[in-house]
Design a protein around this ligand. Sequence first.
Ligand code: PLP
Length: 408
Amino acid sequence: MKNFDVNAIRADFPILARQVNDKPLVYLDNGASSQKPQVVIDAITNAYSHEYSNVHRGLHYLSNVATEKYEAVRATIAKFLNAASEDDIILNSGTTEGINMVAYGWAMPRMAAGDEIVLSVMEHHANIVPWHFLRERQGVVLKWVETDAAGHLDPAKVAAAITDKTKLVAITHVSNVLGSKVDVKEITRLAHAQGVPVLVDGSQAAVHMPVDVRDIGCDFYAITGHKLYGPTGSGAIYVTRERMAEMRPFIGGGDMIREVTREAVSYNDPPMKFEAGTPGIVQTIGFGVALEYLMALGMGNIARHEEQLKTYAQSRLQGLNWLNVQGNTPDKAAIFSFTLDGAAHAHDISTVLDKKGIAVRAGHHCAQPLMAHLGVTATARASFGLYNTTQEVDKLIEALELCHELLG
Ligand code: PLP
């Protein structure tokens, strides 16, 4: 594959060379957070060592350098998401902040008791709890759309849940538990046809495939830096001009104002209007470097590599008839959640795998409504990233066979 030599790429990630429990690390917890390439680590070190200052405040050299580097990331994110302009990008600490900003700044002032928000049953708590706030505080009704048994979400079912009370559809692009890809472009088309804006939680999607927010046509698209091979505490939300103009600022403080007097306040132009206080300067600079790294590899190449891993993992997992893999829609990312026949708890699976140096996550994955829908309390989850290999799939299978022997 052009531009894609997985072994060379692995060498970019220093942590992948380490051992865990005397075994080479097999990192399959990318859905929770991914590892960082050396260029990102270097960018963080360089920023703190040589180029650190607060941003937007300075009339001095370092502040200007930091501001330039920080502000340049807005354009990098716009390019990564194919947004029309860097002004459509609000910088933040991650998806959780982005969705809360929409809930407080856009939805709260526009919604009254009885108004409805349509969600899928596959949402992460970050795309549920902010809407529950609106339910608790102002009587907004949450309407849930279920997936089929394979974990596929039918856009027509989402459209059918929309009524004249619906004010927003808030939906994930890729499930963090099942890996199911959601046709958010079709959902947006159907929702817009009924005059309803759409928020897409892109946390798990932007990592695995090219994303084009203008092609999707959605109103809001949230991403998080630490899953995109960047630092924690970085992220962004794409918001269309129209929605940004409707949105009230969510957090007040420095930087987001034009003028403050004893009597009144006026605000900075968007998107700065929505970015109060000292931001995650170095994290955001690192995030920009991570996105440049991904774009140099090519998101299409990453998607093709992960597609191969997924197909191989699916074929190997199918051979384990004592393993219950949740969600098998044909259109899914390389994310696998499973339980084991017998009494073993998902945590026991991850403990056995950990002894073999394999990192997976076990629990409810911040998706309790989905767990209830699946009829389980927890699953173990192996989530692949751009640096994983088919040999690592083999190691996972071998370790799962050991789990079956010990726990099944
Ligand atoms: N949405 C999805 C689908 C996720 O997987 C996650 C993180 O696991 C989030 C939202 C929250 O992201 P963050 O914790 O980075 O804000």
